[in-house]
Design a protein around this ligand. Structure first.
Ligand SMILES: [Zn+2]
Length: 170
């Protein structure tokens, strides 16, 4: 099952989101654009992975240019999740939300937890992961499965490993 956060996305934005969750690797740049969010690969301070802030009437995500592409993709998912779920928190500070490498921002921990769960649903949609796991790997999670799925979804092995732990428990 997808995280409950997905159900908390506004209906209009959910329609946009769902269009992008049917193919992998998820086209995050296009998704952001359609949601009205600009993504910039930027020089962020050491220890920061991403930031989302309001600039005038729209929102800008900045992603640390020195991090690996797979990591940047998860960060974009995380910041988009803040946009979809926590816009009032972004709006309450001129700097918006600034996330450290551990995705901590000074916002309550629940907020970061929600953003991480929705980010996982965005970059690794469960129905797609499940389908690939079943069709290509007979539903069996091994080191090689994790590696191959990570590369298909363009995420880190660590992120995919966490994603697949859902199945291991089942
Ligand atoms: Zn965050």
């Amino acid at each position: 099952m997808a995280a409950k956060e997905l159900a908390n996305v506004e209906p209009q934005e959910r329609v946009i989101l769902d269009k992008y969750l049917s193919d992998y690797p998820v086209k995050l740049g296009q998704l952001a654009k359609e949601l009205g969010v600009t993504v910039k690969i930027s020089s962020l301070g050491t220890g920061l992975s991403g930031q989302i802030s309001r600039e005038g009437n729209h929102y800008v995500i900045r992603v640390n240019r020195s991090e690996a592409r797979e990591r940047q993709r998860f960060t974009i998912g995380h910041e988009l999740a803040h946009y979809l779920l926590h816009r009032h928190v972004i709006d309450s500070s001129p700097d918006g939300i600034r996330d450290t490498v551990l995705y901590r921002s000074g916002a309550p921990e629940r907020i970061e937890y929600e953003a991480n769960r929705l980010a996982a649903d965005i970059v690794m949609p469960l129905p797609l992961v499940e389908r690939e796991l079943r069709n290509c790997f007979g539903g069996i999670v091994t080191e090689a499965t994790i590696e191959s799925l990570a590369s298909r979804f363009e995420v880190s092995k660590a992120a995919m490993e966490i994603r697949l732990s859902t199945f291991a428990e089942a």
